[in-house]
Design a protein around this ligand. Structure first.
Ligand code: SAH
Ligand code: SF4
Ligand code: F3S
Length: 436
């Protein structure tokens, strides 16, 4: 067997794609290794969402120069969103790259690899007519893993003015529900108890299956019927695609975890409009109220951007106001980063210091909310799915239904156990507790 080293950057979809690529390449005689030094093929699965994310790739590639010089047979490939966005430019900028493959062409990897092995350079950034999922080998899930990702929808038609995703992942495509259910059953048969459904716009899911059109809510309800599957999550959602049915599912479907990542991006209507978000601050807040009415204990997460072109101090304060009104349990925030080819990159840009200063203020508020949400868990009983051994002897670590990391000292616990835990302490990035 030849050895394959895959390094994954970016979002959960890349994590999922890397597994599918490893499975496809296993058929072409490649076995995974965790060390680049031993690899015959190094594959970087990349992210283009912010400038820093893309630049990381070139510095990582630079580090492989010595390896390639010592072993000319070593092949180096770039997959993912940088591959899609930059294509051939990658090979021009870094000649040691042999293969560039975009996210919609992964099913062609075995053919591309054969060319690369023969000493050719290979580039495929097409958006093929055929669905890659129909042509990738059936899943060969790794045994003994309690959680898994499952892509149900890919691509985005929203075109937020700051975002590269519609260009790197292409138009929105939903997989047929039967395929998803079959993949979920295979995962559960291998020991998986929690599945996170993935999509760039996952709640816009609309699969064509038996009995017509399937919404995400319908898919979740069907997945909940699978025996042995205990937990369902989904990410990432757009506020405008939170249907009544999906909101209702949060109140009715026990296996659907009380956690929702619902990015807002800004609290200023003027900026939301320039971002092409299609919602207002007010409509977002009303939506949150409806979701919380269906599931009062839901832990809400979000994303916001500071320093989008033309953002004034007043606009930024509207974001702080929205964050105060919503009270996130967890959230991500980013400095606006102009992405080539997106409309906002062409506009007048704010100085870096302004973006950074606003980001620091926003993050201070968000981390206060996050700490408060964690501290509110102390004394409560949660359910924890244990995923790995902790740092201390006899300690196991897992996630609560609210996606908090929880540690418990309990030598009898095993990976994959689901247990009731009383939270006793809130630490900087996790909770600790004891078995009930
Ligand atoms: N499909 C997801 C993920 C988009 S990327 C979604 O729609 O939410 C994840 C987050 O990165 C976005 O929510 C946004 O907050 C941030 N982001 C996207 N483009 C960005 C840019 N150009 N600069 C800074 N942050 C950006
Ligand atoms: Fe990007 Fe999400 Fe907007 Fe789509 S909805 S363009 S993925 S931020
Ligand atoms: Fe990054 Fe592409 Fe995901 S740009 S966030 S890897 S969809």
């Amino acid at each position: 067997m030849k050895k394959l080293y895959i390094k994954t950057y970016g979002c959960q979809m890349n994590v999922y794609d890397s597994e599918r690529m490893a499975e496809a390449l296993a058929r072409a005689g490649y076995e995974e290794t965790s060390s680049p030094e031993q690899a015959d093929m190094i594959l970087l699965n990349t992210c283009h969402i912010r400038e820093k994310a893309a630049e990381k790739i070139y510095s990582e590639l630079g580090r492989y120069k010595g390896l390639k010089a010592a072993r000319p047979d070593l092949r180096i490939g770039v997959a993912g969103c940088v591959a899609q966005a930059e294509g051939e430019e990658i090979m021009d900028r870094q000649p040691l790259v042999d293969l560039v493959v975009g996210p919609q062409a992964y099913h062609r990897l075995p053919d591309l690899m054969a060319r690369v092995e023969a000493g050719e350079k290979a580039l495929d950034t097409d958006f093929p007519a055929e669905d890659k999922f129909d042509h990738l080998p059936a899943r060969a899930p790794r045994a003994q893993r309690p959680t898994a990702f499952l892509t149900v929808q890919e691509g985005c038609d929203k075109f937020c003015a700051f975002c590269v995703v519609p260009y790197t992942r292409g138009a929105e495509v939903s997989r047929p529900p039967e395929r998803i259910l079959a993949e979920a059953r295979a995962l559960v048969a291998s020991g998986v108890r929690e599945i996170t459904l993935l999509g760039q716009n996952v709640n816009a899911y609309h699969g064509e299956g038996q009995g017509g059109d399937w919404s995400l809510a319908r898919l979740i309800r069907a997945l909940a019927e699978i025996e042995g599957l205990d937990r369902i999550r989904y990410t990432t959602s757009h506020p405008n695609d939170m249907s009544d049915d999906l909101i209702a599912a949060h109140g009715e479907c026990e296996k659907l975890m009380p956690y929702l990542h619902l990015p807002v991006q800004s609290g200023s209507d003027r900026i939301l409009k320039r971002m092409n978000r299609g919602h207002t601050a007010e409509s977002y807040i009303r939506l949150i109220e409806r979701i919380r009415a269906a599931r009062p204990d839901l832990l809400l997460s979000g994303d916001s951007i500071t320093g989008f072109p033309e953002e004034t101090e007043e606009d930024f304060e509207a974001t702080l106001d929205l964050v105060r009104a919503v009270n996130y349990g967890q959230a991500y925030s980013f400095k606006y980063s102009p992405r080539p080819g997106t409309p906002a990159a062409e506009r007048d840009q704010l100085p870096e210091e302004v973006k950074s200063e606003r980001l620091a203020r926003l993050q201070a508020l968000l981390s206060k909310q996050q700490r408060a949400a964690q501290e509110a868990m102390v004394g409560r009983e949660v359910s924890v799915l244990f995923e790995r051994e902790g740092r201390e002897p006899g300690q196991m670590a897992g996630k609560s239904e609210y996606l908090h990391a929880v540690h418990v000292v309990a030598p009898d616990l095993a990976k994959g156990d689901l247990a009731r835990v009383r939270i006793t302490e809130s630490l900087p990035n996790s909770l600790s507790g004891e078995l009930v």
